[in-house]
Design a protein around this ligand. Structure first.
Ligand code: FES
Length: 102
């Protein structure tokens, strides 16, 4: 699958993050959303129609890029730098989330 994003700088060190248990290559300094969309992943599903979501504003305002950490915290993928061995999910691994987690 082709990704939604193509990097204009690709000489950074790479490492692996995990999204829904699948390894995704990330580059040093890029955001979680950049790594996931470059890889061709979506971020979550719409609670209204079940369609895949891929972020909207890309500046931390809309929360359309929410992903969850393995301990159940919700974070904005567009405002979070990817780090080595992150374990992220398209839905809360705890089966619940709170707006106060954002
Ligand atoms: S895409 Fe809007 S908050 Fe991340």
């Amino acid at each position: 699958m082709n990704g939604l994003l193509v990097p204009i700088v690709s000489d950074g060190a790479t490492f692996t993050v995990f999204f829904d248990g699948r390894p995704v290559e990330a580059m040093e300094g890029e955001t979680v959303i950049a790594a996931l969309l470059r890889d061709g992943a979506f971020l979550s599903y719409s609670e209204f129609d079940g369609c895949p979501r891929a972020g909207f504003c890309l500046m931390g305002a809309c929360q359309d890029c929410s992903v969850w950490t393995n301990d159940g915290r919700r974070l904005r993928a567009c405002a979070t730098e990817a780090s080595r061995d992150m374990k992220l999910f398209s839905a809360s691994p705890l089966g619940k989330w709170s707006p106060t987690d954002a």
